[in-house]
Design a protein around this ligand. Sequence first.
Ligand SMILES: [Zn+2]
Length: 311
Amino acid sequence: MDTLFIEGLKENNINKLLSVPKSDLHNHSTKGCRREWLCEKLNVDIPRPPQHLDGLDGMQNWFRSSIKPFCDGYENMILRWEGAFAEAKRNNIVRLVMNFGTAEVDQVGTVEEFKELIEGFHKSYCPDCVFEAELTFPSCCNVDEEADKIDKYLDADYFKAIDICAGENVQPFEAFKPLYRKAEKYHLTKKMHVGETGSAEDVRKAVEILGLSEVHHGIGASTSKETMRFLADNHIQVNVCPSSNVMLGFAKSYAMHPIRILVENGVKVTINTDDLLIFDSSVENEYLKLYQAGTLSAEQLDEIRCVGLGT
Ligand SMILES: [Zn+2]
């Protein structure tokens, strides 16, 4: 327990919240920097997002129309990665997992070159932060093709986790088995975006079929006591992103956010940013939003913070 963190929540004291060690375990690297940081670096004025972005399509449209024009191209992708580590430093993120697509890695060059670039930012901004790179594939990918090519990314022993993102129920869970079998061979942590829009049944199936140990989002599980018991009994970690859910319309409000039900049912949850550049809410603010909405108590939020640290 950290009294400084609890005080920070109760006193609305951002500096106290920033100073306490935290984690961010669900972070899409190219959108992982702060809007203000990027505006300052590029001397541009990227607009704040509207309160509601209308689902994943609405989010992509906003990103394409209102953010990307300010920071498009290879050099700016690198800058956004740098910004994600700058944010880890500013926010005292001591455990950081960021995901990368294979196309992003390829733009840099070999996996060794990619690793050198990313580790350069890691070492210069937050060397004490435990950083893990996660390899993510879009749910519409050609699984067999990707599974054939995956060794090239995993041989370097840099990626520690696998993930599927960008929309649910695009292919049956079984279809992803070739990728997860490869992931197992390399001892990766197996994760997937599921239960953001999908059902409790989807969450359970994904965990069972693909052998996940972590679920990104997973809020759909909150509608089933049985699924929550299954997640709790199997110690499956659910990496929740409150602002993302509220802004995209997958949770009614912060006060009504399903994280409360997950916590009350013993599910192991963490609190994360998802796409900081889009949702404009950094980790300390995610905790604060849930506290101020009365969703969870300061003590419960501090316990979640500790789960994220792995303590
Ligand atoms: Zn995500």
